[in-house]
Design a protein around this ligand. Structure first.
Ligand SMILES: Cc1ncc(COP(=O)(O)O)c(C=O)c1O
Ligand SMILES: N[C@@H](CCCC[NH3+])C(=O)O
Length: 427
């Protein structure tokens, strides 16, 4: 591999010792916009999308970006303009898709707890499909649709009970998870759905988990879903599309997930062998489209050497980058100016008042106060999970395209954080 490239991040590279994103020097962007700063590469997003597009070439397919991974409007615009649909999980996400120019018919609505108000709004707009996660939800959706004089297109999300071999908090397709309808109850659920006046069965859906790095769980889940398609169709209910969810992992720390096109080549070998190659396919990838397209630039505030540990205190924190605290997740750290003199082993931590506020542990770094560091693989589930804990404003975001950059989100100010609050009357 070219030594100036960072593993898993082909659009970020060192040029004469300085870290670049596409054609821009990250230090310049950080000086211009301050830190912490999320920076995304448009080319990286489109390259990740192209791998899926290659996998689906010649097929009837719709790629619905799972926007929970990163719901910043400009990123949604990039995907909408590239022809993607969207997988949403809330009324808020629905409004974001519309604001970014996405079309309602290209939206699929997942999630175990859709409210009647969310269903109503989605039906009025005419979204593409509801991925229904329980028998009770089928009844409520039918009722809401009938009251509106509409028919809701539905897929039933089936829980195939397959172990995705990932972190337990992000595994979703096991019996003990709250998601979907159990495999052995699915045929009955389809028969129930087919009899409800407000619903029209459109497809089948499954999503087994996130950050999956092996093809085997996908192949197993696909076999189980195809078994169900056969069983449901034997009851006279046509399954028009197969939605296979998202979940494909990215390289955080030497992980080697299959490439999207190779994975789908293997899946289609099975699908074609069983005679289902003519169906419409939908997928809901999130992390694999944006995860390694983004980084977070942070400034070293203080170095605090100690007897047991050395701390490198930076200006980004768990409110900006919650994955290490939540899942003990690994994010690589890359200095914006390469150098190795005076390297020491550090825990990289933020200013939030929690011992769990760490970003990286036990990393060999040659750093000084004032240096800038990039937290890698920060495009997915960072900004979208960011909070205002410790009344910290959310970071700014920049999108880069070649030699151009756009500020796509301004840093949140304390006044903005207090905007929706009301003081008590009197003194
Ligand atoms: C229903 C559903 N679809 C899609 C995704 C996107 O997953 P990922 O970001 O791992 O591709 C998720 C998250 O796990 C999900 O719950
Ligand atoms: N938030 C998780 C992924 C959740 C996937 C959505 N069900 C992560 O950062 O890895």
């Amino acid at each position: 591999m070219n030594p100036t490239l960072l593993p898993g991040h082909p659009h970020f590279h060192y040029r004469e010792g300085e870290l670049f994103v596409e054609e821009l020097r990250l230090t310049d962007l950080a000086r211009q916009h301050g830190t912490p700063l999320f920076v995304y590469s448009k080319a990286a997003m489109l390259a990740a999308l192209a791998a899926y597009q290659r996998g689906f070439a010649g097929r009837k397919a719709k790629i619905c970006y799972a926007m929970k991974a990163n719901s910043s409007l400009a990123l949604l615009q990039v995907f909408a303009r590239a022809g993607c649909g969207f997988d949403i999980v809330s009324g808020g996400e629905l409004e974001r898709v519309l604001a970014a120019g996405g079309r309602p018919q290209d939206i699929i609505f997942s999630g175990v707890g859709k409210t009647r108000a969310e269903m109503r709004r989605a039906l009025e707009l005419g979204i593409g499909c509801f991925n229904v996660e329980s028998e009770a939800e089928l009844d409520v959706l039918s009722e809401v649709a009938v009251a509106l004089g509409r028919v809701a297109p539905v897929s039933i999300r089936v829980n195939p009970d397959v172990d995705p071999k990932t972190h337990p908090y992000i595994s979703t397709g096991l019996k003990g998870n709250k998601f979907g309808i159990a495999h052995d109850r699915a045929v009955a659920a389809y028969q129930h759905a087919a009899g409800l006046p407000g619903l029209k069965v459109a497809g089948i859906d499954c999503h087994i988990g996130s950050q999956i790095t092996e093809p085997a769980p996908y192949l197993d889940a696909m076999e189980r879903i195809l078994d169900l398609v056969e069983a449901v169709e034997a009851k006279g209910i046509r399954i028009g599309h197969i939605d296979f969810g998202g979940g494909l992992g990215i390289a955080y720390n030497g992980d080697q997930p299959p490439a999207a096109d190779a994975l789908w080549q293997a899946l289609f070998a099975r699908i074609d062998a069983r005679g289902f190659g003519d169906r419409q396919f939908m997928i809901e990838p999130g992390r694999s489209l944006v995860g390694n397209a983004g980084i977070c630039v942070t400034e070293v505030l203080y170095l605090k050497p100690g007897e047991d540990k050395n701390f490198c205190i930076v200006d980004a924190a768990m409110n900006d980058l919650p994955r290490p605290a939540m899942y003990q997740a690994f994010h690589a750290i890359a200095p914006l100016r390469a150098g190795s003199e005076g390297a020491r082993r550090y825990d990289v931590v933020g200013p939030v008042c929690e011992s769990g506020d760490w970003i990286a542990r036990e990393r060999e770094l040659a750093v000084h106060a004032g240096d800038l560091l990039a937290v890698m693989s920060a495009g997915a589930y960072c900004m979208s999970m960011a909070s205002n804990y410790n009344t910290r404003g959310r970071a700014a975001e920049v999108l880069v395209d070649g030699t151009q950059s756009w500020l796509i989100r301004e840093r949140e100010t304390p006044a903005e954080l207090m905007r929706s609050e009301r003081l008590l009357p009197g003194s």
